[in-house]
Design a protein around this ligand. Structure first.
Ligand SMILES: [Zn+2]
Length: 92
């Protein structure tokens, strides 16, 4: 693995706190203990595409109105997902 910015190989996997805007744009939440990659050379910390996708997908599929303003990454991914409206309802 290399740093996305300076291509250094001195990167470590750790966690940090990120602020994420909800898909409907109503507010931002604080997600703590989020997996990130930290570069020892340029000191940047960033989320990999896989982590970003996991967060975005989860926020899209859960009831974000019930979220606290601060949540851990693990708690966020454990939130029950809602089925999209009538998606599996073929009786109508
Ligand atoms: Zn770097």
């Amino acid at each position: 693995m290399r740093c996305q910015w300076c291509e250094s190989v001195n990167v470590i996997e750790t966690t940090n706190t990120v602020y994420w805007e909800l898909p409907d744009g109503t507010k931002a939440i604080e997600i703590i203990e989020t997996p990130c990659v930290e570069c020892q050379d340029c000191s940047i910390a960033y989320q990999t595409d896989a982590t970003v996708t996991a967060i975005e997908e989860q926020l899209f599929l859960i009831d974000t109105k019930r979220l606290e303003k601060t949540i851990t990454y693990g708690q966020l991914l454990q939130q029950p997902r809602l089925l999209k409206r009538n998606y599996f309802d073929f009786s109508v």
